[in-house]
Write a protein that binds this ligand. Structure first.
Ligand SMILES: Cc1ncc(COP(=O)(O)O)c(C=O)c1O
Length: 451
């Protein structure tokens, strides 16, 4: 195809992820920038899907993967162990909360979510309490697209067609201050304070509940909503009192993205399972991680003898080598600290967009921000779903050379439009300025289109 020709269904042989969209072809990346086959450059304001945390064209990551592949590419995790997985698991044990020092490496976030849910159920069954099997999760929320991960995801639009294939899961209202009736202001609000978990637990019968899964800072479904101080301490205390395992899904917000390795760190709370994904390999190989403790695994060791969630590419050496190099760079270059510092600049600069009549809210922590669009600012009324505003903004942004991560349809009424902003941790102040300028001009274009 000639340079600049856009790829779209049904031409060619790729099953594209959007069948009504045309795709420019990216041929190379460097730092925070992607280049297509015409030479046009795009500022990657969302690190793809919050993945390329260490920037594009990363020579150290390419080298680490090549060296591991040259030594040994694949070994079965059922028969053997390997240096890369041993060293990476040891690194994780120094980064996660005390006691969380056993890691299973998988390939995708949803994969690691399923691993945690299954091990949680195994734990109770093998402890002689098989009646503890229900799972609670937040609404709205997102934990992945495979059927168990989708079952625990509070995203009606994604679940609709598969409802009869999903397991029943009870939802607890998410701490989503902007869309809460109390607007985040009532101290005793059940959703914003966390006490709603106990209400749902008591309805369900805590003796039947195995686990509660949640994102420590809201991801795609609540657009970087940060729960108030004390929220996760309260959740931990409720889980402990009712013997419910707490699974922290940090696939989007962990690995430094919010300015600390774990997004739970500022709350000083340790979960029973911690899940990482997306950015942990810098986007150079598919890698996710399910971290847990001996308290959980000793029960399995004396019982069935194995976690039941295993796959061909669990503990894959090449992905683990990428993960090791990513952590080496984070430490050597102080990139998590940099993420916290540049995050303050990003949040301040994005807040300037609040003067726009269709920007309802800007929020987040570190280099992780959500910008929520509204049709009417005073009532916080979202755009009509038929307008697909987040998608049309993203198209306008792409045309303006800015790549962002859109989300829509996450509220109970299946409306709501937001974009997530999360540039690589190496972003500079002048790139942040460029990001905000391109954002504003794309927003004006997208609004002009629906008028
Ligand atoms: C919080 C959270 N958990 C799990 C997942 C699923 O990850 P994956 O798409 O790698 O399966 C995602 C993906 O966006 C996510 O944001």
């Amino acid at each position: 195809m000639p340079p600049g020709a856009l790829s779209h269904y049904p031409d060619g042989h790729v099953l594209y992820r959007r069948l009504a969209k045309s795709f420019p072809k990216i041929v190379r990346g460097e730092g925070c920038w992607l280049y297509d086959d015409t030479g046009k450059r795009y500022l990657d304001a969302s690190s793809g899907a919050l993945v390329s945390n260490l920037g594009h064209g990363n020579a150290g990551l390419a080298k680490a993967i090549g060296e591991q592949a040259a030594r040994v590419g694949y070994v079965s995790g059922v028969a053997f162990t390997n240096d890369a997985v041993e060293e990476l698991a040891a690194e994780f044990s120094t980064l996660t909360a005390d006691g969380l020092d056993k890691t299973l490496f998988c390939c995708n976030g949803g994969d690691a979510v399923e691993a945690a849910l299954k091990v949680a159920r195994q734990f109770w069954a093998e402890s002689g309490r098989p009646e503890k099997r229900k799972v609670l999760s937040l609404f709205p929320s997102y934990h992945g697209n495979t059927l168990l991960a989708l079952s625990v995801s509070g995203r009606p639009a994604y679940r609709k067609q598969f409802r009869d294939w999903l397991i029943p899961v009870c939802n607890v209202p998410a701490p989503y201050a902007y869309r809460c009736a109390c607007r985040g202001e009532a101290e005793d609000c059940p959703a914003c304070s966390g006490s709603a978990l106990e209400d749902v637990l008591l309805q369900e019968g805590p003796e039947t509940v195995a686990a509660f899964i949640a994102e420590p800072v809201g991801g795609s479904s609540t657009g970087a909503s940060v729960p108030r101080d004390g929220y996760w301490q309260k959740i931990r205390e409720i889980c402990d009192r009712h013997e419910v395992l707490f699974i922290a899904d940090e696939v989007m917000v962990g690995a430094g993205r919010t300015g600390t390795w774990s997004a739970l760190e500022p709350y000083a709370v340790a979960p029973d399972f911690q899940i990482f994904g997306k950015g942990i390999s810098g986007g150079y190989a598919p890698l996710s991680a399910m971290v847990t403790s001996r308290r959980i695994l000793d029960v399995l060791a004396k019982g069935s003898g194995a976690p039941s969630h295993n796959q061909t590419f669990s503990q894959f050496p090449i992905s683990c080598a990428a993960g090791l190099e990513a952590i080496r760079q984070l430490k050597a270059q102080g990139l998590i600290e940099r993420c916290a510092q540049m995050g303050e600049i990003l949040q301040r600069r994005l807040a300037e967009l609040l003067d726009h009549p269709h920007v309802g809210d800007v929020r987040g922590r570190g280099l992780f921000a959500g910008v929520e669009f509204v049709a009417d600012k005073a009532s916080r009324e979202p755009f009509e779903p038929r307008l697909r505003f987040a998608d049309s903004f993203t198209q306008a942004a792409q045309a303006a050379g800015l790549a962002v991560w859109p989300n829509s349809g996450y509220t109970e009424r299946e409306n709501g439009d937001l974009v997530l902003i999360g540039p690589p941790f190496i972003v500079t102040e002048s790139e942040i300025s460029e990001l905000v300028e391109r954002f504003r001009s794309a927003l004006d274009t997208a609004i002009a289109k629906i008028r």
